[in-house]
Design a protein around this ligand. Structure first.
Ligand code: FAD
Ligand code: DLZ
Ligand code: SF4
Length: 530
C-alpha cells in the first residue's frame, strides 16, 4: 500500500525514523504554513531558518529520487495548516495512510492524533529516534524517584553511550562533573568569531518572503547567518570544536558586554531542526579531548549540556505534559515588562544587552537566558504563560519540548522543583561577579533601595521575603533565608515598598526607570541615554 509521509520543519534529518520506514514509492509532503509560523509570533530569523532549511532539505530528498510535494507559503494550493494540507493532498493523490515521526510539541501531536480519530485518514506516529534516550527509558528513570535530578540521569546516559567513560565504567578524570571549574569571569582577550553562513539564493528568497509577511514580529532579519544545510551545520560544528571548545568550560557562565556568543557553540538550532545529531556532536568533542586539543572541564561541560540537559528536559516535557504547561507554583501574575520587547525601555545594562542580542540575532547564551532575563522575570513575578510564550517566540532554537522545562521549570521555578532543586534566583551581586555590565550601568549594584538601586537587588530581597514560608523547608535555601530572618521589620517593609513601586512603574510605563533616569529629548536624539 502506497503511503504519504509528512516531514516537519524540525525533522530535517535523512536518518529520520519515518524516512527509514518508507518504501520507494511512498510520497512525501512538506509545507510552509501560517499556523506553524504564527502559533506564537516567532522571530523572523527563526521562520527564515525553518523555511530555508526545509527548502534545502526538500532538494536533497529529490536528489535522492524521492517524490516530495512541497508547498511554499505563497502557493495558491496551500491551506495554511498542516492537517488541512494533509487532507488536501490525501484527496489529490487518493492516498489516506500517513506516516509521521513524532512531532516535538504536544500541541501538534494532539492535532495529528485528533485527525486520526476523526477517521478520515490513518496516521501512524513513529518514535523520534534522533535523541540519545527513548521515552520508555525516561519513564524507567522516573519510577520510584521523588525528586528526579538531571545529574543522576546524565550518569545513566554517560554509561549507556560510553562517552567519557573508562573501560572499567568509571568517569574519565575521576569525576562525572567538572562544573566547579567552569565559573570564571572573562577578563579580556580575543574571542574567536563564530562563523557566519551568508544567505544563498534560496535563503535570500525566503528572507524577502519573511520580510513581506512577518515584519510585525519582534526581531530583525538583517543579521541572518545561521546554518541552513547539514553541510553548513557540520562546518559550524568543526569550527566550534577547533576554535571555541577549549575555552567553553572556563567561560561557560561568563557575561560580557557586546560579546554576544562568547565561547558558546551556537549549535542548538542545528541540533533542534535535525541538521546535526547529538551523539555525533558529543563524539567529536570527546575526540578533541582524546587528542589533547581541549581540556576535560570544557569537553565534559559541553557534553553534559547535550546528553545531560537536552535529553533530560525532553524527558521531563513528555513525562509531565500537558498539565506541566499550566503550572505556576509561585503564583506569578505580573504582566511581562514591555522592555522585553524593546531594550530601549530599560536602563539595566544586563537586561538591555540580553534583549538586544535576542532582537538582533534570535540568540542569547544560556546565562543571559537564565540569570538575566529569566532571573528578572522570576524576581519580578512575571506571569508564567507570558514568559514562556516570549521565550518560545524569540529564540532561533525554541521548540516547546526544550523551551518549556527550561523556562517554566528552570528559570521560573513554576513546577515547584521538578527541574531544579531550588530557584535560580540571584541579586545583582551574581551578575556583577560574572560580568562587566555593572561598570557601565546607571544603577548601583551595591544599593538595594532608592532610585539608583540595582533593580535585581530590590526584587531579590522582596522575592525572598515574599516566598520565605514556601522555601523555609527547602534545605538548599536555608543559608539564603538566614539573611532574611536577620532583617528587621522596618527593613523588610522598605524593601517590599520599593519593589512594589518598581512593579507599579513597570506596569505604568513599561520601564523600570525612575524619573531621574528617564532620558531627556536631547539625550534621545544623541542616541546616548546616560
Ligand atoms: P551551548 O552553550 O554551546 O551548549 C551546547 C548545546 O547544549 C546547545 O546547543 C544545546 O543543544 C544544549 N543545551 C545547553 N543547555 C541546555 C539546556 N538547558 N536545555 C537543553 N539543551 C541545552 N535551548 C534550546 O535549544 N531551545 C530553547 O528554546 C531553549 N530555551 C531556553 C529558555 C531558558 C529560560 C533557558 C534558561 C534556557 C533555554 N535553552 C533552550 C537552553 C540553552 O540556553 C540553549 O540551548 C543554549 O543557549 C543554546 O546556545 P548554544 O547552542 O550556543 O549552546
Ligand atoms: C517552527 C516552524 C515554523 C515557523 N514553520 C513551520 C512550517 O511552516 N512547517 C512545518 O512543517 N514546520 C514548521 N515549524 C516547525 C514546527 O512548528 C514543529 O515541527 C512543531 O512545533 C513540532 O516541534
Ligand atoms: Fe544589571 Fe544591576 Fe548590574 Fe545594572 S547594576 S548591570 S541592573 S546587575
Amino acid at each position: 500500500m502506497k503511503r504519504l509521509c509528512l516531514i516537519l520543519g524540525d525533522q530535517l534529518s535523512l536518518s529520520l525514523s519515518s524516512l527509514k520506514a518508507l518504501g520507494p514509492d511512498d510520497e512525501l509532503m512538506m509545507a510552509e504554513v501560517y499556523s506553524e509560523a504564527t502559533y506564537v509570533r516567532h522571530h523572523p530569523q527563526k521562520i527564515a531558518l525553518i523555511f530555508s532549511a526545509m527548502r534545502h532539505f526538500a532538494a536533497d530528498l529529490r536528489a535522492q529520487g524521492r517524490l516530495v510535494h512541497y508547498y511554499r507559503l505563497d502557493d495558491p494550493n496551500n491551506h495554511q495548516s498542516l492537517t488541512a494540507q494533509m487532507k488536501y493532498l490525501s484527496q489529490l493523490r487518493g492516498l489516506d495512510h500517513w506516516l509521521i515521526t513524532e512531532p516535538g510539541e504536544w500541541r501538534l501531536k494532539s492535532e495529528l492524533t485528533q485527525l486520526a480519530q476523526e477517521g478520515e485518514l490513518s496516521v501512524e506516529i513513529l518514535e523520534d529516534d534522533r535523541f540519545v534516550t527513548r521515552h520508555h527509558e525516561f519513564s524507567e528513570f522516573l519510577k520510584g524517584r521523588k525528586q528526579p535530578r538531571m545529574e543522576h540521569f546524565y550518569r545513566i546516559v554517560r554509561r549507556k553511550t560510553g562517552i567519557l567513560v573508562d573501560e572499567d565504567g568509571k568517569p574519565v578524570g575521576g569525576k562525572w562533573n567538572f562544573d566547579h571549574d567552569n565559573r570564571k569571569k572573562y577578563r579580556g582577550g580575543t574571542v574567536p568569531k563564530a562563523p557566519r553562513y551568508e544567505p544563498d539564493e534560496i535563503t535570500e528568497e525566503v528572507m524577502s518572503l519573511v520580510t513581506q509577511r512577518f515584519s510585525n514580529h519582534f526581531g530583525t532579519l538583517e543579521n541572518f547567518n545561521w546554518p541552513v544545510t547539514r553541510a553548513e551545520a557540520l562546518d559550524a560544528l568543526q569550527r566550534f570544536i577547533n576554535e571555541r571548545l577549549p575555552l567553553f568550560g572556563d567561560f561557560q557562565d561568563a557575561l560580557v558586554q557586546a560579546e554576544d556568543t562568547l565561547f558558546h557553540s551556537l549549535l542548538s538550532s542545528s541540533l533542534n531542526i535535525g541538521l546535526l545529531e547529538p551523539l555525533e556532536v558529543c563524539r567529536l568533542a570527546e575526540s578533541a579531548y582524546k587528542r589533547g586539543e581541549a581540556p576535560l572541564n570544557a569537553v565534559e561541560g559541553f557534553i553534559r549540556q547535550i546528553i545531560g540537559w537536552r535529553e533530560y528536559v525532553r524527558g521531563i516535557y513528555w513525562a509531565y505534559m500537558p498539565s506541566y504547561a499550566e503550572r505556576n507554583f509561585l503564583e506569578a501574575a505580573e504582566p511581562l515588562p514591555a522592555f522585553f520587547w524593546d531594550e530601549s525601555l530599560t536602563s539595566m545594562t544586563c537586561v538591555s544587552e540580553a534583549i538586544r542580542n535576542t532582537r538582533q540575532n534570535a540568540y542569547a547564551h544560556h546565562i543571559q537566558r537564565l540569570m538575566v532575563t529569566g532571573n528578572f522575570a522570576l524576581l519580578h513575578g512575571s506571569a508564567v504563560e507570558q514568559v514562556t510564550e516570549w521565550y518560545l517566540a524569540v529564540y532561533i532554537d525554541a521548540f516547546e519540548w526544550v523551551e518549556l522545562p527550561n523556562t517554566l521549570g528552570m528559570a521560573l521555578f513554576g513546577d515547584g522543583g521538578v527541574m531544579a532543586s531550588k530557584p535560580y534566583c540571584a541579586s545583582g551581586k551574581y551578575i556583577n561577579r560574572m560580568s562587566d555590565y555593572c561598570k557601565t550601568c546607571p544603577y548601583s549594584v551595591k544599593e538595594t533601595i532608592g532610585d539608583k538601586a540595582c533593580p535585581f537587588n530590590t526584587l531579590y530581597w522582596d522575592f525572598l521575603i515574599k516566598h520565605f514560608d514556601r522555601f523555609s523547608k527547602n534545605p538548599r535555601m536555608a543559608l539564603t533565608l538566614k539573611h532574611v530572618s536577620k532583617m528587621d521589620t522596618e527593613r523588610r517593609r522598605e524593601i517590599i515598598e520599593a519593589a512594589e513601586q518598581l512593579r507599579e512603574r513597570i506596569r505604568q510605563t513599561g520601564s523600570e526607570r525612575p524619573p531621574s533616569l528617564v532620558p531627556s529629548e536631547e539625550q534621545l536624539v544623541q542616541g546616548s541615554l546616560f
